[in-house]
Design a protein around this ligand. Structure first.
Ligand code: FNR
Length: 188
């Protein structure tokens, strides 16, 4: 008799604040295709103040809430756009807060996965590579493969996150199944 895999909470951060964000659409598509063992926990980063060490001794309320949300999840999925071949500022700001104060790194040991999309041909590859470097400094075990660099076209993912193209849907399905396995491996 096989038993169902335990439910794991996946925090999901979208690095774009734009309402009609293609990366938000990608996150929605992945949520629709995720195995039932993943409980989806969107974590917003848009209301975090800009990182300022003057406020490290008494963290602003949104930062406290953000760090609590990170602590409550078993793994983290970062869905990132690319800004000028690098990590968008709202996402970098969130990661910087997560890493502070010194000795209270919320990402240490947290299994992470990175993906992203862009209308550009490289599908956010450069931003993802920079993000990988940052997570490595923070000791966050980050899934290496499969990678997901999606060249976004308007017909690829509908606003409701549905994916019409079979090949794309299979790629996304395989990716999010691998994320679930990655989180499970570190939780076990
Ligand atoms: C971009 N964009 C972009 N795209 C890309 O593929 N490589 C890049 O280096 C950049 N640089 C860049 C800088 C800035 C400041 C902006 C605002 C945009 C375009 C970007 O991929 C596009 O706007 C996406 O739609 C952003 O993702 P969301 O918001 O749709 O998720």
């Amino acid at each position: 008799m096989s038993t169902a895999p335990p439910v794991r909470r996946l925090g999901v951060i979208v690095g774009s604040l734009r309402q009609a964000s293609f990366n938000r659409r990608l996150a929605l598509a992945l949520q629709r295709l995720a195995p039932p063992s993943l409980q989806w926990q969107p974590i917003a980063v848009g209301d975090l103040p800009l990182i300022n060490q003057d406020h490290e001794s008494a963290l602003p309320a949104p930062v406290q809430a953000f760090k609590q949300a990170l602590a409550a999840c078993d793994g983290l999925l970062l869905v990132t756009p690319e800004y000028n071949r690098s990590i968008p500022a709202p996402l970098k700001n969130a990661i910087d807060w997560a890493s502070r104060p010194k000795g209270q790194n919320s990402l240490g040991g947290k299994p992470c996965a990175i993906c992203g999309t862009s209308p550009g041909q490289l599908g956010s590859a450069a931003a993802q590579q920079h993000l990988r470097n940052v997570l490595s400094v923070l000791n966050a075990p980050t899934m290496s493969q499969p990678e997901l660099f999606l060249h976004f076209t308007p017909e690829l993912i509908a606003e409701d996150g549905s994916v019409a193209n079979d090949a794309t849907r299979q790629v996304l399905e395989r990716y999010i199944a691998a994320v679930a396995a990655w989180v499970e491996r570190w939780a076990a």
